[in-house]
Design a protein around this ligand. Structure first.
Ligand SMILES: [Zn+2]
Ligand SMILES: [Zn+2]
Length: 130
């Protein structure tokens, strides 16, 4: 028999994969409660936390907005639209010079990076031009 916890965790992971665009915990909860109305917000939050600890998903801290959850667990950059709040993956190659700067000039052993560009997304740019 599959444990209830396992089912709930699978539901949460599935929602993150389906939503794709770096959903917040509230968005994930809203998505899951459509399928499983009995699930509590606390359960969703707890499972998100556990999935992050297991490395299945990653929490992205975005200054000035709620944390997002990312189905891509590698290091990559993000661009946030300052109008609609959408967070987009930016698949840039590693930035060697910046890493060298942090490592060599500041003596840090780098464990990850969290680079966020602020700007206006193509959709919002189009709307503004209309
Ligand atoms: Zn936008
Ligand atoms: Zn991402």
């Amino acid at each position: 028999m599959i444990k209830r916890n396992t089912v709930q965790r699978a539901l949460v992971l599935e929602a993150v994969l389906r939503l794709r665009s770096h959903p917040t915990a509230d968005e994930i909860y809203a998505e899951i409660s459509k399928i499983c109305p009995s699930i509590s917000r606390a359960t969703v939050y707890r499972n998100l936390q556990q999935l992050c600890e297991q490395g299945e998903i990653r929490r992205r801290e975005i200054p000035g907005s709620p944390d997002r959850f990312d189905h891509l667990t590698n290091d990559h950059c993000h661009a946030r639209c300052t109008l609609c709040g959408k967070v987009t993956d930016i698949e840039v190659e590693k930035v060697p010079d910046m890493e060298a700067l942090v490592k060599d000039d500041h003596g840090f052993a780098i464990s990850g990076m969290n680079l966020i560009f602020d700007g206006i997304c193509p959709e919002c740019r189009r709307k503004r031009n209309d």
